[in-house]
Design a protein around this ligand. Structure first.
Ligand SMILES: [Zn+2]
Ligand SMILES: [Zn+2]
Length: 143
């Protein structure tokens, strides 16, 4: 389905490319927009919360992803799937998308969950013990 295809295109796995290809930035990493291309590049290696460019030997900030229109589209899909409600408290305002496994490079739909700002903060600061965010009723399209 279109939903899952979009998520895959946002972050392809390293092995879906052959290295030796010209990178999407055409070896001009100084140009504006380079970091956007990194998310589809064979030379960008995932390591926990960071992407590392093996070709230019530099770290690519995950934060740059949040400006991508592909991310915004995926974010909308997750909000729709979760009925625009926090999956912990049901609030409908100030919604964030949280990466369940803590890996912000892992944009698989089952890893993404809608949380309100305050629940999100609690999840990250462990002020509240939250054993598990309940899984949604969604995901007939997930592999
Ligand atoms: Zn909440
Ligand atoms: Zn989070």
């Amino acid at each position: 389905m279109a939903r899952s295809k979009q998520a895959i295109e946002l972050q392809r796995s390293l092995f879906s490319f052959s290295t030796g290809d010209i990178p999407p930035c055409h070896d001009r990493p100084g140009l504006n927009g380079y970091r956007r291309l990194c998310y589809t590049c064979a030379y960008a290696e995932r390591d926990g919360n960071i992407l590392f460019c093996r070709r230019h030997v530099m770290v690519i900030s995950v934060r740059d992803k949040y400006g991508l229109k592909e991310w915004k589209a995926l974010r909308e899909q997750i909000l729709d799937r979760d009925k625009r409600r926090c999956r912990l408290c049901g609030a409908g305002k100030y919604l964030h998308i949280h990466h369940r496994d803590g890996d912000r490079t892992n944009d698989a739909q089952e890893n993404l969950v809608t949380l309100c700002e305050s629940c999100h903060r609690r999840v990250h600061t462990h002020l509240a013990h939250i054993p598990e965010i309940p899984a949604g009723q969604d995901d007939d399209s997930a592999p």
